[in-house]
Design a protein around this ligand. Structure first.
Ligand SMILES: NC(=O)c1ccc[n+]([C@@H]2O[C@H](COP(=O)([O-])OP(=O)(O)OC[C@H]3O[C@@H](n4cnc5c(N)ncnc54)[C@H](O)[C@@H]3O)[C@@H](O)[C@H]2O)c1
Ligand SMILES: O=C(O)CC[C@@H](O)C(=O)O
Length: 530
């Protein structure tokens, strides 16, 4: 029975997300926050689905030797050691678009709550106290809202708050003025924004640069009437400094959804009347969880199938257009043919694209070629994720070149390897027919046409009559059936290259005998997988 890939669900995942995984995977569950349960459960896992409470650090990644993908059902990957995953060849993806609307809407709620003391008044009333003057607030309309971080959430918050009549200004050194103006905001230096705003909301990732960004110095620059909202990451606003500023009347109010350490139940901030606090609810809506689950499940399925994962964060390539996707497995296989033909890894690899594909973004093809080249010799797992790292370690450099002239094909990909001993080895493939079948069309300068699938075997020998019969005889003696074959002479007509698609791997003893019988100087096999 074929083994289905094991997908470990380590946290609550929406039913739609579980359903999106389909029936061709073996779904298992574990409580990812329980380390003692998580580590052994990872031993068999091909994929793990997490939210924010499962720590996928170096130790956890090492506990999953089969792992191919870590997918986060949500935005942000603070709980995943991305460099460790990259080294291990494990793809990491999150679902960055899934919770933008929910988080932006919660931010609107927090802005309103901190302006109007909604939660404090609610709690007081339910406690029997009718205090209208005590909970009087301020309007949003006409006030300046400072948005720090004008990415997905920040931009949506800016648009939504403009509808309240707020004057929205933003600080984000990494966005263009065009993006800001399309969002309807003015970009300002941080100091100027801090000095002007009546309300401040941060929508930043946690990075060394953003940790504590809103701290003592920032509060010093702000008006004492300012109200601060954080629904991004706890550590972006320094909690101790915020507490001091609120206590001393240097900040009028704060609304927080996130905390430096979570779960957080006993912060000094919770003792203050002018603080509204929610327990990390930004993405906690049915809609966001459904989208996050489905997006993460789709990333898992794509990664397990070896396909391009648009939400991957640790694959070093840009977008992969639809027309480029069938070329990924083809280029990977070409890499395997090249390394096997040469008996080792080249020092330099050129990935040449010709014809119609030459104009398309092709970074992913370079990664696929590197993967194919390296996986024959590497000791651990090789994927498009760690291929550049492993190439660097073994001194292999690569480059992409493109030419509009496809030659005999509409499009073709050639791998050209230059080896440390000066040898140059080339292999070329193309996709043919309506079903885009991968074909080899050139090997070591010999033109041929051979399906680039299944087990392949090649021999290069001085051309003479009867050679194919001798080779076929050796294969037949081991019960190996030939599904397709091609013989190609070099331009001088003296050397022949025979390529065979075989139904089962040719035993090495049979290949050795065949090579001796025809006087081959090269004989090699390319296994169907890895
Ligand atoms: N509360 C929640 O439940 C919840 C839900 C979703 C996202 N988040 C968090 O909200 C934050 C924003 O999410 P997003 O999806 O909008 O991210 P994003 O990547 O779309 O936007 C982040 C923006 O911050 C900017 N930025 C980075 N460093 C900066 C700096 N030093 N100064 C100013 N700007 C800087 C980036 O240029 C980018 O535009 C993330 O930390 C995310 O994890 C929280
Ligand atoms: O609910 C969650 O899983 C956390 C939401 C998440 O996307 C975040 O980045 O804060």
């Amino acid at each position: 029975m074929t083994r289905h890939p094991v997908v470990l669900i380590a946290e609550e995942l929406s039913p739609a997300g579980v359903e999106a995984l389909g029936t061709d995977v073996d779904v298992r569950r574990v409580d990812g926050s329980d380390r003692a349960a998580l580590l052994p459960a990872l031993a068999d896992a091909d994929a793990v689905l997490v939210r924010g409470a499962t720590l996928m650090d170096r130790e956890a990644i090492a506990a999953g030797p089969r792992l191919k993908v870590i997918a986060r059902a949500g935005a942000g990957l603070d709980n995943v050691d991305i460099p460790a995953a990259t080294e291990a060849g494990v793809l990491v993806a999150d679902a960055p678009a899934s919770d933008v609307t929910s988080t932006a809407e919660l931010t609107v709620g927090l802005l309103l709550a901190v302006a109007r003391n909604i939660s404090q008044a609610d709690a007081a009333l339910k406690n029997g106290s009718w205090q209208r003057a005590r909970w009087s607030g301020v309007e949003l309309s006409g006030k300046v809202l400072g948005v720090v971080g004008l990415g997905r959430t920040g931009s949506l918050v800016a648009r939504l708050m403009a509808a309240f009549g707020m004057d929205v200004v933003a600080h984000d050194p990494y966005v263009t003025a065009a993006h800001a103006s399309a969002t309807g905001v003015r970009l300002l230096p941080l100091d100027e924004l801090l000095a002007r705003c009546d309300f401040l909301t941060v929508h930043l990732p946690r990075t060394p640069e953003t940790t504590g960004l809103i701290g003592f110095d920032s509060f010093r620059r702000m008006k004492p009437s300012v109200r601060v909202v954080n629904a991004a990451r706890g550590s972006v606003v320094d909690e101790n400094e915020l507490y001091a500023a609120l206590k001393e009347g240097r900040v009028a109010g704060a609304a927080l959804d996130v905390y430096a350490g979570e779960p957080c139940t006993d912060s000094p901030l919770f003792t203050l009347d002018n603080v509204v606090a929610t327990p990390h609810l930004g993405a906690s809506t049915g809609e966001a969880q459904e989208r996050a689950g489905i997006d993460a499940a789709n990333s898992v399925l794509l990664a397990l199938a070896g396909e391009h994962v648009p939400d991957a964060v640790n694959v070093q390539c840009g977008p992969v257009p639809e027309a480029m996707r069938p070329w990924l497995p083809l280029t990977e296989r070409l890499g395997r043919v090249l390394t096997r033909a040469a008996g080792g890894v080249p020092a330099r690899l050129e990935v040449r694209l010709r014809g119609e594909i030459a104009g398309l973004p092709a970074g992913a093809l370079e990664l696929a070629a590197l993967k194919g080249v390296l996986e024959q010799t590497a000791t651990g797992a090789v994927s498009r994720v760690n291929a550049p790292l492993l190439a660097g370690r073994c001194g292999l450099t690569s480059r992409l070149t493109a030419s509009q002239d496809g030659g005999a094909q509409r499009s073709a990909a050639t791998l050209r390897g230059v080896f440390p001993d000066g040898r140059i080895v080339t292999v070329t493939g193309t996709l043919t027919g309506v079903r885009l079948q991968p074909k080899l069309v050139e090997v070591l300068g010999h033109e041929l046409e051979l399906p680039l699938s299944g087990d392949l075997t090649f021999l290069r020998y001085p051309d003479r009559p009867g050679a194919v019969g001798l080779i076929g005889g050796e294969f037949a003696a081991e019960g190996v059936d030939i599904a397709a074959m091609q013989i190609s002479r070099d331009p001088s007509g003296t050397t022949a290259l025979a390529g065979f698609c075989v139904d089962a791997p040719v035993p090495s003893t049979a290949l050795d005998r065949a090579a001796i019988s025809v006087g081959a100087d090269l004989a090699w096999r390319v296994p169907a997988t890895g």
